[in-house]
Design a protein around this ligand. Structure first.
Ligand code: KG4
Ligand code: ZN
Length: 338
């Protein structure tokens, strides 16, 4: 089965052709990505209408570049991100998917963006169910118990800011530009993570929820109390101490969920899964405490938004004949996983 994946939920325009071979392995035949990061960095964040305009400018030349026959020959289905995300941005991909499905007479699959992030690890591995997934992105921070393909239970989520959002906001406080995650992670390499004792929000609560807005406020207070000179001198330590607080909170809560739900595998995914400190901390503690549980994180090029993960999630839906009528599909900014 060969599926065309389309992703335009935020600031990356992405197309991919992924094939599921007879041996069950996924083969990425083609994948294209046009990042809008430079455009949005001027505004300090993603501007939805600008994102939509950029998607339109990129997506047709990209479709051309894929070199698919004019009648869609060779493609078995089309998988498109239908939500959650920014409506003006989502609509570009959704409308393209609908038109192609209609003209080529191919089945259409509506993929949830979060589900896409989870399936990013299937590109290179096969987690065993039940799998516990820590999904950390710019808009979401969730602990999800995946009992089978398409069978999700959300066991915890952030009550305010997402982890990636906290990275982006703290980066703004430190004048590091957008997106903040990679910039904070780089700066943190030169800092001392134990220099400032930032709070670990909700780390001891008897649930699997998160809260990162108080941590961001604590950083804001710390920065406000410093002179301009001290801020420059302490930036590395602030970045390292903030990152350590986020990582410790995420890892501690995930391990508590592992203890309770006894999964066979743990999946770390979403944009923040690119963070090396988070990847190595979770992997290390899991290997040490529960060596029988396998750990899966996407390859670095699959941590951010891409269409490969959307195509793979789409293939699993297609195998269960879960298709949608192109005449009824609409972009849903609040699309839920369950
Ligand atoms: O999954 P993603 O590409 O888009 C959403 O679906 O939200 O995630 C983007 C988020 C941004 O907040 C970005 O700052 C964060 O992922 N991020 C990181 C790193 N790389 C990207 N956060 C921490 N460390 C990183 N290395
Ligand atoms: Zn994403």
């Amino acid at each position: 089965m060969r599926v065309l994946g389309i992703e335009t939920s935020c600031d990356e325009t992405a197309l991919a052709i992924v094939k599921k071979n007879d041996n069950g392995e996924f083969e990425v035949e083609k994948h294209l990505l046009a990042s809008q990061v430079l455009v949005h960095s001027k505004f300090g964040g993603v501007v939805p209408e600008v994102a939509a305009r950029e998607h339109i400018a990129s997506i047709f030349p990209m479709l051309d570049e894929l070199g698919i026959e004019k009648d869609g020959q060779g493609i078995d289905a089309i998988a498109v991100t239908a939500g959650p995300g920014l409506v003006p941005a989502l609509r570009i991909g959704v409308e393209l998917g609908k038109v192609l499905a209609w003209v080529w007479k191919k089945p259409l699959i509506a993929v949830n963006h979060l589900e896409g992030h989870i399936y990013s690890v299937w590109a290179h591995s096969t987690p065993i169910f039940p799998a516990l997934c820590l999904l950390v992105s710019g808009g979401h921070t969730e602990l999800i118990l995946m009992k089978d393909h398409g069978d999700y239970e959300i066991i915890g989520m952030t009550r305010d800011d997402a982890a990636g959002e906290a990275f982006d906001k703290v980066a703004k406080l430190l004048d590091l530009g957008y997106p903040g995650g990679p910039a904070i992670a780089k700066l943190a390499e030169q800092g001392n993570p134990r220099e400032i004792d930032f709070p670990r929000p909700m780390i001891d609560t008897d649930d699997y929820d998160f809260s990162f807005s108080g941590l961001k406020t604590a950083v804001k207070r710390e920065v406000a109390e410093m002179s301009q000179k001290a801020q420059m001198a302490e930036r590395e330590n602030i970045a390292a101490s903030f990152q350590a607080a986020v990582v410790e909170t995420l890892v501690t809560k995930t391990m508590r969920a592992v203890e309770k739900y006894q999964p066979k595998s743990v999946i770390l995914s979403g944009g923040v899964s690119a963070n090396q400190s988070l990847r190595s901390s979770l992997k290390e503690i899991l290997n040490k405490q529960c060596p029988e549980i396998s750990f899966h994180a996407p390859e670095l090029f699959l941590t951010g938004d891409n269409a490969i993960m959307i195509a793979i999630a789409g293939i699993y839906h297609a195998m269960k004949n879960e298709f949608i009528d192109p005449l009824t599909l609409v972009a849903d900014p609040n699309m839920r996983l369950v």
